[in-house]
Design a binder for this molecule. Structure first.
Ligand code: NDP
Ligand code: GDP
Length: 325
């Protein structure tokens, strides 16, 4: 039986990756931060019915000693570093924390693996935000980076230290440059989930309006359930590498609003209001990934369309709100 250690197990991707790995017979151990509530596993693992199937180990990406302790005790075959302060907008409010968790966190876990001389494979959750002010119409593994937020700068440091440890110490360290991926388990502050939750609230008569920022930005959105498969595939390769994971379709926030509101029989133009508070100091205008390498080398392809995903998200938010009522 293989053992996987996942940092960020309580997040969106941690939940779907746990589901995938448990289905493949892995022992799954998750790094969990102490919180003041007893809810250690979190709502996402519970939503997928996995809260009793994973093991949780106390630790924090900013605490090297905790990482050494957990790695030494677990001896994982694969480490997936998904833990991060992952919200771009917040990274301007808490840039130093973002640097320490999202950036230095990767240094810490790589260094812990190196100090313990573990033979584990390592996955780093890199991000399309690293392309920022894009230098090519469709971004692939050779496109130069131009980060536009403290989050993206931190992710870039984590990305390059992964490449560097691979080259310096022959570690099986891979980096997945994942474009935005969403699901019913996406954090409610991210724009897709904010929209689908808003649609559900308006549909149920709980609100009349939804306030958003820049509707003209465009993203290449896929489904998290599809994207965690690419993470696992990278770890099954004989050689480590970097891979862009994307759908190749770029859609504006406005178009996503249109799709999501229409699923509920609503017109977004009647309900969406612009609030400048949601504009960012520096914007990433348009992302569109070219995942040819992932298709050719990993045999990976996205399976869920944007329309299917938006429908699943709206339905899940309606269900959540009806249960809460
Ligand atoms: P989430 O924000 O849903 O989850 C982040 C996870 O990191 C949570 O489990 C959180 O734990 C954990 N975490 C935060 N701070 C620490 C810390 N100091 N020590 C240990 N763990 C910590 O992110 P996603 O699941 O959406 O994304 C997974 C990874 O992929 C992230 O690194 C993200 O930046 C990256 N990524 C995501 C993309 C996307 O579109 N979703 C695109 C590209 C990259 P807690 O519950 O305790 O807060
Ligand atoms: P990001 O790509 O990781 O920053 O993911 P987000 O979902 O947070 O943001 C995607 C895009 O939506 C960005 O270009 C935001 O400027 C834009 N956007 C517009 N309105 C909002 C909003 O109200 N909330 C968020 N989170 N993003 C918004």
């Amino acid at each position: 039986m293989k053992t996987a250690l996942i940092t960020g197990i309580s997040g969106q991707d941690g939940a779907y990756l746990s589901q995938l790995l448990l289905g493949k017979g892995y022992r799954v151990v998750g790094l969990a931060r102490r919180t003041s509530t007893a809810d250690r596993a979190g709502e996402r693992l519970r939503w997928l019915g996995l809260e009793h199937d994973v093991e949780l180990a106390d630790g924090d990406l900013t605490d090297l000693s905790s990482l050494i302790r957990v790695l030494a005790k677990t001896s994982p075959d694969e480490v997936y570093n998904l833990g991060a302060q992952s919200f771009v907008a917040l990274s301007w409010q808490q840039p130093i924390l973002t640097g320490e968790v999202t950036g230095m966190g990767a240094f810490n876990i790589l260094e812990a693996i190196r100090l313990l001389e573990l033979k584990t494979k390592f996955y780093q959750a890199s991000s399309s935000e690293m392309f920022g002010m894009v230098q090519a119409p469709a971004q692939n593994e050779t496109t130069p980076f131009y980060p536009r937020s403290p989050y993206a700068v931190a992710k870039l440091a984590a990305h390059w230290i992964t490449v560097n440890y691979r080259e310096s110490f022959s570690m099986h360290a891979s980096s997945g440059i994942l474009f935005n991926h969403e699901s019913p388990l996406r954090g409610i502050e991210f724009v897709t989930r904010k929209i689908t939750n808003g649609v559900a609230r308006i549909k149920l008569g709980l609100n009349e309006y939804l306030e958003l920022g820049n509707l003209d930005a465009a993203r290449d959105w896929g489904h998290a359930r599809d994207y965690v498969k690419a993470m696992w595939l990278m770890m099954q390769q004989d050689l480590p590498g970097d891979y862009v994971v994307a759908t190749g379709r770029s859609v504006t926030i406005r178009e996503f609003c249109d799709i999501a509101f229409r699923h509920a029989g609503l017109d977004y133009r009647d309900h969406v209001r612009i609030n400048p508070a949601f504009f960012r100091p520096a914007e990433v205008d348009c992302l569109k990934g070219d995942a040819t390498k992932a298709r050719d080398k990993l045999g990976w392809l996205p399976e869920t369309t944007l329309e299917e995903m938006a429908l699943e998200m709206v339905e899940a938010d309606l269900q959540r709100l009806k249960h809460a009522a």
